[in-house]
Ligand binder design. Sequence first.
Ligand code: ATP
Ligand code: ZN
Length: 634
Amino acid sequence: MISDLETVYGKEGASNISNAKILMVGAGGIGCELLKNLVLLGFKEIHVVDMDTIDLSNLNRQFLFRFKDIKNFKSKVACNLVEQFKFANFKTNLISYTENIMNFEVFDIEWFEQFDIIMNALDNLEARRYINKICQYVNKPLMETGTSGFDGYAMPMQSKITECFDCTAKETPVTFPVCTIRSTPSQPVHCIVWAKNFLFQQLFGEIDEHKDDEKDYGTEDEEEIARIKSEQNELNELVKLVRNSEITDLSLIVEKILNKIFLDDIKQLLKIDTLWKTRTPPTIISIDDIDFKLSKIEPKLDMNKDWSLKETIEQFVVTTKHLIKRQRQLNGALLEFDKDDLDTLLFVATAANIRSEIFSIVQKTVFDIKQIAGNIIPAIATTNAIIASFSTLNALKLLTADKQITDLKSTYTSWASGTSNKKYMSLVQFNKPNPECTVCSKVNNMIIKIGKKATLSQLIKSLKEKFGDKFPEDFTIMNLNGSSIVYDFDFEDLLNKNLFDIFHSNSSDNNDENTLQKADFLLILDEDMEDDINKPLQILLQWDKKDGTSNAVEFERIELIKYKRPQEEQPVEEESENPVSNDTEFVVDANGDILLSDSDKEEEEVEEPPSKKQKIETKHINENDDSDIEIILD
Ligand SMILES: Nc1ncnc2c1ncn2[C@@H]1O[C@H](COP(=O)(O)OP(=O)(O)OP(=O)(O)O)[C@@H](O)[C@H]1O
Ligand SMILES: [Zn+2]
């Protein structure tokens, strides 16, 4: 293998490969492909991080895993399997980790610094953003990837040279007004959201404890509010029946549910004439021929086919009974919707389709509903393979062909809908960093290696010594993790405190549910009155691990980059693709990320009528992100 590489890449190129250390984050669909490629190329060392275990649903495309591996850690199984590739000169050293890559206690900055290239094979924004942020400090080439169905991208990135992951705005969630979901659905997804997040939740999930006057009904109309309240009270009565194990006649309970939800509520809705002036009114379905005594459906219905209304209702009857029994067997424990749990899926699918029929909306197959309710586009193994190969090729070029990151191309695959040239794959020259990006362009990034006994005043003294008169006279220091001010011109109380204690004194309250030890970031804002001020200095703190008594403060000197303080009066900007506008101020959010407040936007939100503010949000179905639909009622 190595000699073949020499033939292709020359002695030097081959030796670069066999000396390279790669970090691969994620060992799922893209990760399996990537690891296979990297191992076959003979890289010296590959560190594979994945915190997850193998699931049955992974096996169709994550080809390094077998049935026997279910419930074992992906990173471990993947490394063990590729180690068995039997070819001559297998020299790759494989190291697997089963922690979250965002655990800074395990993966600190010194650990990231050991790698030549970082390769992402992740499936969520949070982890991608985190690695992107870390790469602004360690300045390593990042090969970022993602796929969603037939679409995918493989993008090489390097801090300050190319755009970063956050240089472009990511898709925002699609939102549906509550009244659309509750009263006037017009698309299948409205009915699916209703079935999953309203009906299922009400019957089998957590009971809504809000008092009536705290609720937002999505309308100001008193008559409408009264209708919703009485609808809700009736439903609460049904929930009592569902959860009362002494009432054993499940057929009767299901008949009551069906009558209320699909007949009585709709009759009430029809009475509100104003709703139907411009819309098709709902129709009243007949359930006369439904046998409520059914306890199973024979023969099983095909989940890829459309069902008749009778079949759908009968399946609803059977599935609802199953769920009531399950909940009772679990002593009333709350049930959660899971697209892979057939009962919960069938409940949502049948309820959604009955509602669609009522509102003259096209029905979907159970299979389609599974994807929409699980917000999942089927993962396509081929797309993963294509994207992983382009990512590998870029890593290879960077190491062997004496290429710079700017010589590499980003690859995009996109199912050719609506494109003029019918291209599936495009290779695109790199983009420069977006000057408005708050992750890579609008801050100075710096790492400080610091002892746990160093005080805040020692840190300030070291910074002033290092930067001399380039360091602002008037400044504010913030703890980005707690979004709190640590120091400013009239707050000097913490000067003699250890910085480590300032960051960690509240850590027991701040800890995530899984006690993830996050990286500590400081932000220093230049408050001098001049026009030219320093960009905020964002500092990643690497605590000295070896010696708990050290008070050393060490850092590389970086250039403090200046920029012009934004003018009070800015010309009106045209709307751009950029995630931020020019007329902005730095604000820090609860996660410690720097945000830019945009005054125009705030005004807009204030003016929004309260009824419109109550929205149900779902993630965009195409969003290449976590798989669950997230519904936020605000
Ligand atoms: N913060 C993180 N730290 C470590 N690994 C992560 C982190 N976030 C995501 N991953 C891993 O990245 C991998 C992404 O793979 P993939 O997109 O195939 O997702 P999946 O969860 O395996 O499959 P699917 O979402 O399609 O069911 C997963 O194995 C996941 O565990
Ligand atoms: Zn950026």
